[in-house]
Each structure stands twice: as C-alpha cells, then as structure tokens.
Design a protein around this ligand. Structure first.
Ligand SMILES: Cc1cc2nc3c(=O)[nH]c(=O)nc-3n(C[C@H](O)[C@H](O)[C@H](O)COP(=O)(O)OP(=O)(O)OC[C@H]3O[C@@H](n4cnc5c(N)ncnc54)[C@H](O)[C@@H]3O)c2cc1C
Length: 420
C-alpha cells in the first residue's frame, strides 16, 4: 500500500512519541500520523521538572518538545487529554476514552512510566506528592517555595535521581529536607556502594539529612495535613510535605489487555520488544520508558528509563515502522544536575555485574570519571564535572576489549588512546 493511504498511530505523547512522529515525517512518510496522549499538554521533556523548572530558573514554555504550531505544520493529528483505553490487535484499532475508534496500519506504544505509590496509611493526604507530570512540578514548585519561606520540612522517600534532585531544589528554596532510603547509600542500584556515598556527602554539605536502611510505614496527618512520617525502625520525622520518589512502573496496561508479550521482573517489567523495537505483534512497536528491548551489544533485555533512550528510541521505532533495518544498540546514557555538580553516566553496571571500580581525576573535588569494569572490560563510566568525554567512554564500552586500568586511572592518558 502506498504511504499516503496508511495510518500510523502513536499512543503516548512524551519525548519518545513526539520524536517518533517527527521522524516519520523527516523520513518522508506521507500517510496519516495520529498522536494520542492522556495529558492535555503538548509533548514535553521531563528532566527540567526536577531541575531548572522546579528551581524557578526555566520558564514553562521551554520544556516542550515542539511549538504547538509545529504539529499542524507537520500534519500530526493530535488527540490530547484522551487516554487510549482499548487496543484490538486483530482489528488493528485503538479506542479512546471518549469512544472514538481509530484504525491503524502500524502502532507505536510510547506510554512511558508512572510513579510507584507508597502503599501505607496516609498516602492520600494532600501534602503527599509525586513527580512525573508538568502539573506535579508546578504544584511542587509552589510547595517548595512555601516550605522555604516557612522553615517547613520536606521528607522524601527514596534517594534515587528524582529524590536527590528534588532534595537539592528544596534546599535551594531553604526548606528542611530529610531523605529516607532503604539502602545504605543513595543511588545504590546504579552506582553501587562505592560511589553512592559521594552523593550522600554532597547533599549533607548542603544540609540534607539522610535516614538510610529504613522505609516509610506511615504518614501521620491531621485534618488532611501531613504532620510526620514514621519508619519501620520506629523513628518519626517531622514533615509538612512528603515526596514519594520510589521509582516508576512502566505503563503496560494497554499492551497487557491486548495480549502482547511483557518482560519479566528482571527488567522491571515493560513491553517486550526485539532489537527493532517490535513487540510480539508485528504491527505494534514500543519505545521509551515502557519498552524492554533486546540489546544486541549488551546481550541482555534492558528497560531504560532515561531521556536519551526516549530521544533515540522513538526515532528508531519510527524507522522500523517504515520498514528500515534497525538494530537499536545505543549504550544507555543519562545525566543529572544537583547543586553545582553535573554528571553523565554511560553503560550498564548494576551491583554484582562488576569486579572493579577505577577513578581518574580528583574525586574529593568532584571532578573525576569513575569506571566500572568486569575482568578488565568496561561496563560503565560516570563523568562528574568533567565534560566532553561521554562519547569516548561509550566507545570504550562498545569495544568490549580488556583495558589497561592504570592508564584508565591516569588523567594524563587520553581516553581515545585506549581504544583498540
Ligand atoms: C522529574 C523527572 C526528571 C527526569 N530527569 C531525567 C534526567 O535528568 N536525565 C535522564 O536521562 N532522564 C530523566 N528523566 C527520565 C525521562 O524523562 C524519561 O526517560 C522520559 O520522559 C521517557 O519518555 P517516554 O516518552 O518514554 O515516556 P513519558 O515521558 O512518560 O511519556 C509517556 C506519555 O504517554 C502518556 N500515556 C500513557 N498511557 C497512555 C494511554 N493509555 N493513552 C494515552 N496516553 C498515555 C503519558 O501520560 C505520558 O504523557 C526524568 C524523569 C522525570 C519524571
């Protein structure tokens, strides 16, 4: 069938969905492109929601992927504020919340993830917050400003990236901040015990209190207001507001209902896709946070909840939908900013996968690169306040060759010279 008579539908208007729509057009697709999103806002980027926008340094209109007018110019048909509630792979249709039935030739699921909820008494209190959407960030920005003004206390569940970035933002408003974390260091699942402590030190220097090895058991409130948080070791923390930052769950409901194959708990769930980002149905693709993809280089199935994966995965899925040969093998990459510390992390090295951590540069001054290795081969690297090295780090990971770790640790030796 000629392109002009085909309809490609994208469910999910985050970065992956918007970039997929853009790519369909830039690759010359002349058929209908329909983008469905349950949020009323045009597609936007989430990293500023815990950084510049939350800090009040970036304006609301800077977070959008495209100007609203772009969608009409590119002839992308938008259904905003409309959830896709039913998917019928046999009939190749998607039904929206308002009953509209949309037929597709190919479909992309880019439904992202949603914050995990605390399953304890008190989570329904008005002062308990999550951070995923622009509306959440708008609200939290006001909350942090008022906590700062009134010497109020924010207690955060979870010392992951979002918990720590919000802690930094809250301190900049002058709020009192306590972070409760089940592990013994922040960011344990990504950085392991060796480097997580550096982030604890950074935050302590800025006045954040940590309570490690504990979980929330109850949020105590009165008349709808938060008063305190109780933890499983019997402690109580004064709180005026609470942020639950305990991770995100992939939004797989539609895929599940349609009988698509899902990934197991080892990837944190998600829609199972091959290296071309195709699901178990040959006409349906998935990309971004929701997709658990076979990674040809890392030889494992991986679900990556990061900006760069949405930025690149959406376009890769669009190309695959157009029939191009795709082997999506990007090295996982993400970034974070906290106070005056910026970092980039490339690769994949969960605790247990590496046998050595090597650093080059000045760890004490927080200007260094950390490398996680297994049998001398580089699995991951994190550059902290050192820039323009992520490409080289990724090439070293990609090479799969054993490296001279002394040279790796020596800032005088250019990283490129270690490439085979
Ligand atoms: C506060 C915050 C800060 C972050 N900071 C960083 C960072 O510094 N660095 C980094 O690398 N990554 C960061 N991330 C992660 C990054 O933003 C995500 O990886 C990225 O947003 C994933 O894009 P996506 O398009 O896959 O999903 P999403 O952005 O979640 O978009 C999916 C969209 O689909 C919609 N949707 C879901 N189901 C349906 C349905 N049935 N019908 C219609 N619409 C539906 C959702 O409402 C949503 O709008 C951050 C995330 C958050 C929340």
């Amino acid at each position: 069938m000629v392109d002009a008579h085909r309809t490609f539908v994208i469910v999910g208007g985050g970065l992956a969905g918007a970039k997929a729509a853009e790519t369909l057009r830039s690759e010359g697709f002349t058929g209908r492109v329909i983008l469905i999103c349950d949020e009323r806002d045009h597609p936007y980027e989430r990293p500023p929601l815990s950084k510049g926008y939350l800090l009040g340094k970036e304006e609301r209109d800077t977070v959008f992927v495209h100007e609203p007018a772009w969608y009409a110019q590119a002839q992308i048909e938008l259904h905003l504020g409309q959830p896709a509630v039913h998917l019928d792979p046999a009939a190749k249709t998607v039904r929206l919340g308002d009953g509209t039935l949309i037929a597709y030739d190919k479909l992309l699921l880019a439904t992202g993830a949603e914050p995990r909820r605390l399953d304890i008494p008190g989570t329904g209190l008005a002062g308990v917050h999550h951070l995923r959407r622009l509306a959440h960030a708008e609200r939290l920005r006001g909350v942090l400003a008022s906590l700062g003004r009134d010497n109020g206390h924010l207690v955060i569940a979870g010392a992951g990236w979002i918990g720590l970035e919000v802690a930094a933002a809250a301190r900049s408003y002058g709020a009192e901040v306590t972070v409760v974390e089940a592990a013994q260091t922040p960011l344990y699942g990504v950085l392991g015990p060796e480097l997580g402590g550096l982030f604890a030190d950074l935050h302590r220097e800025h006045g954040v209190r940590f309570h490690f090895g504990a979980r929330f058991t109850e949020i105590i409130g009165q008349d709808g207001m938060v008063l305190a948080v109780r933890t499983d070791d019997g402690e109580e923390h004064l709180a005026h507001d609470v942020l639950a930052a305990i991770g995100a769950a992939p939004r797989t409901a539609l895929a599940e209902q349609a009988g698509l194959a899902l990934a197991g708990p080892e990837t944190g769930g998600g829609i199972a896709v091959d290296a071309a980002l195709r699901t178990s149905d040959p006409y349906i693709y998935a990309a971004g946070d929701v997709a658990a993809a076979d990674h040809p280089l890392l030889d494992t199935r991986l679900r990556v909840e990061h900006w760069a994966n949405a930025l690149n995965g959406g376009p890769a899925a669009a190309r695959a939908m157009l029939g191009q040969e795709i082997g999506y093998d990007r090295i996982p990459y993400f970034f974070s900013d906290q106070y005056d510390v910026g970092m980039e992390y490339s690769g994949y090295a969960p605790p247990g996968s590496y046998d050595q951590v090597v650093c080059r540069g000045d760890v004490g001054k927080r200007e260094f690169i950390a490398f996680w290795l297994s049998e001398g081969r580089l699995l991951a690297g994190m550059n902290v306040n050192v820039w323009d090295v992520a490409d080289s780090v990724q090439q070293l990971i990609r090479s799969g060759q054993p490296l001279d770790t002394e040279a790796l640790a020596n800032p005088e030796v250019p990283l490129e010279s270690l490439l085979p």
